[in-house]
Design a protein around this ligand. Structure first.
Ligand code: NI
Length: 227
C-alpha cells in the first residue's frame, strides 16, 4: 500500500531546511547505492555521514515520531537516518528495488527495510519530470507531492524516479523497519485505526464499541508486532 501524508513539515520549515541544503556541498548519489542501483542512479546527495545530513535527519525523525498519522501508517521500530538528494536536469534513478538490509556504520544500526519514505522538499512547480513511479499489485502509481508532504511505499516494490527535465527536485528519503513486518497486516491495522479515529468525534472515546475496537487494534498489534 502506498500512503501519502500531507503537511508533515510546514512551508517555513521546508524553506529553512532548503536554505541549509542549498549552502552545503553535495556528492555523487551512487555513494549509497547497491551494485544494481548504482548502474541506474544519477543524482546528488548530501554526504550521509556529514553533520548537516545527520542534524536535519534527526530533526525530521523527531517530527515524524510526533505525527500520529505517520506512526499509525508505519508503526516504526527503527528509522534509518534520513538521507537527502537532489535531481537537476538530466538526473534520474532507473527502475530498482531498495536493499533489503541497511546498516549505518556511524551508529551500528542495522534494519530490515520494510518501508521506503520520500519526503518532498521542492514544490512540484519547481521542476518538470522527477515523478516517483512505484510498481504495485494494481499497476504503477505516480507520485509528485507538494513540499513538506511524504509518501510511504513498500521497500520491496520496484520503483524509479523519472528524468528531471527542468529545475531541481529536492527530497529527503529513508527506510524504516516496522514492528509489523507484513504489509497486509500493517495495512489492516492502519485501516482499523483510521476508522476508529473517524468515529471518535461522534461517539466519544469512552463509547463501549470504540473501547472494544481500540482493544482489537492493540491486540492485532500484540499478535503481529516484533519489538
Ligand atoms: Ni530506491
Amino acid at each position: 500500500m502506498l500512503i501519502c501524508l500531507p503537511d508533515v513539515l510546514d512551508k517555513a520549515e521546508v524553506a529553512e531546511i532548503r536554505g541549509l541544503m542549498d549552502a552545503a556541498s553535495w556528492e555523487d548519489g551512487r555513494s549509497t547505492a547497491g551494485a544494481q542501483s548504482a548502474l541506474v542512479k544519477r543524482n546528488e546527495q548530501l554526504p550521509p555521514n556529514g553533520e548537516l545530513a545527520r542534524r536535519l535527519g534527526a530533526r525530521i525523525v523527531s517530527t515524524l515520531l510526533g505525527n500520529p498519522l505517520f506512526v499509525s501508517a508505519a508503526i516504526p521500530l527503527q528509522i534509518f537516518p534520513p538521507l537527502f538528494n537532489r535531481y537537476g536536469a538530466g538526473h534520474h534513478f532507473g527502475i530498482h528495488v531498495d536493499n533489503a538490509v541497511r546498516g549505518d556504520p556511524a551508529t551500528g544500526l542495522r534494519i530490515r527495510t520494510d518501508l521506503s519514505v520520500t519526503l518532498f522538499l521542492a514544490e512540484p512547480e519547481e521542476y518538470d519530470g522527477g515523478e516517483l513511479i512505484v510498481e504495485g499489485q494494481y499497476g504503477s502509481q505516480e507520485v509528485k507531492l507538494p513540499a513538506g508532504h511524504l509518501v510511504l511505499y513498500p521497500a520491496s516494490s520496484l520503483h524509479m524516479v523519472t528524468p528531471v527535465t527542468r529545475g531541481t527536485r529536492v527530497a529527503s528519503f529513508f527506510w524504516l523497519q516496522s514492528m509489523i513486518r507484513s504489509g497486509e497486516a500493517r495495512s489492516l491495522i492502519y485501516d482499523l485505526d483510521t476508522a476508529i479515529q473517524a468515529l471518535v468525534p461522534d461517539l466519544g472515546r469512552d463509547h463501549a464499541e470504540i473501547v472494544k475496537l481500540t482493544g482489537i487494534y492493540h491486540n492485532l498489534i500484540r499478535t503481529w508486532a516484533e519489538v
